[in-house]
Design a protein around this ligand. Sequence first.
Ligand SMILES: [Ca+2]
Length: 617
Amino acid sequence: MKCLIFTLNFVLLVIFIAGCGSTRPIEEIYTPDVPGTTADTPIIDTGFTDADQIQDTSTFKICNKDEACNQLPLEDSHCYGECYNEMIYLSCEGTVVDNLCYLLTPPEKPYTKDIIDDIKITHSQIPDYVYVGDRLEIELILTNLRDEKNYLTYGFKNPDSWEIHPQNFDYEGILSFEPKEEKRLRFNANAIKPNILEHVHSYIPIITFSFNYTNYELYAKIRFDKRDEYIKCGEEYFPATYCSTQDCTGYSNYNSAVCCNSIFYPGATCCNTNDCVNGTCIDGKCIYRVPSMFLANTTLIQNNRILIIISDFPEFPESELCRDKYKELKDKLQLDLIDEYYKTIVYNRTGRKDVVNFRWEVLAGFNSDKFITNGDYTFQNFKNSLNDYINSQLKCDINFDDYDKIIIISFRMDLYGFGGMAFGLGNIGQIQYSNGYLTAHELCHSFGASDLYLDMGGSFQYATSLMGNNLGQIGFPQDRVAWGEIGLSDVNENGVIDIFEFARFPESIVIENIHAKLTQKESLEISFEPYLIERGRKMRGVFLMYHIELPEYNQIIDTPEPFIAFDQYQVDLKKIRETRKIKVRIVINYKYSDNDFKRKALNFDKTIEIDVEDQIR
Ligand SMILES: [Ca+2]
């Protein structure tokens, strides 16, 4: 029993941690005026049907080694659809400056005004680049152009990458000039912290003077010095991991980085699949499984029934709370944009337009004062309280279990400063409703995609991606990395685009390759592979939990992975070593939305006696 609790806690912990992946803090959320365009990617009916319905086999082909088929092949392994090239190298789709990939226009040195109130300002020569540890001796030359007396108030500030030591002036003051007089301000500037990675959004100055309240700036970028443990990339050196702030918070950090073709990619883990121990490299990230994230509860090839509940916004009147308001609110919620977004990325990656099938239902007009009485505005309490209210008080005919995704939107919800958050099992919380791409981003987590903006990669190669938090403000949100994570590539390298290996409307659950073995670590390990059967074919599925029992030893475990280990305190290892047999009960439940979006449940419950392999002998 203790083990069961531990396992459940572990699962909750995993779900909770993964749930933190989400969107940028609310104050940074930008609502675009125009949804990202899909006009340049027209969707054409390819007329595909499933491979097993194709009678004419004269068009079959075999995909090349680096291609994948957009149909699940028959037993003969021919592709009856189209073969898609799956060779993926990490490359820069933007401008390369300082061996860094800028997807947006790289910032240039700003113009700085050099005559302020008839005083001309020049300076001694400054190099464009210095190395950390370099010391510059800089002289400003200020010349009064007037035939009369003049003056300048002055002060200065500098970023923490530079240390400034004034030689012949104070930190602030007034400079008085005789007619045509020239004055020189001398100071030392020590480059104390490399800032070459920090010029993403603006050019960082050495020093900013304020002369009569007009800024005058000097510039040089600070390179990392050459060190053996750094990654050499072109002529630059970069650290392998980086944290630009004291506490490593914020997005100016990375824990991994690669240099591919002389371009440095912070946050990436691979240039190509050779760099990944087991997984496949997609857009700079090694992906090991599909769906990639623990949060995922369905795939895009399934029918996804989605319930949206809007609470607390005064623009939605508190009336007809049980009625589905999809038709009147779909434009406000940009639901067509979300449909179109997923149809477009699936079509662009697979050539198929018959994959995405969302059915939306919208409840609106709720007031959380009516159902939250304990001041707890966390998502979980919001959802539970809403469920009670909808069923017990309003007696609506709505069952949360009938939906693949539940999105609750209220500005009062506590999402730890985020605008939206995915919690696993298809649960999503949002504090605003008007940007469809925010919802698309959170939904993408529920299909298996991870965030790309939590480190510096989100400022460089992933800046224009949906999971890099481009919610439409920088054009059409790209599906980089995410497309591999949600099944639109061939991560398991079997020649079939992964999503077409997943069941849509399965009829039953089977398990294969069930193994039990006694290990060197004095444990009994049991593993198996679960599959779904659809029209007689073995397909993959997203299974959320496995219930495993060893009836001979009163062991009961719920685990999110089809793998479990028991130790000597849980089972009699000696006895098992003698008999080489173990009875295992495996229970798997699988729920999905059927062809007509009705909830269907499959249940697998079998007790099997299996042979135990002994690794010690
Ligand atoms: Ca595959």
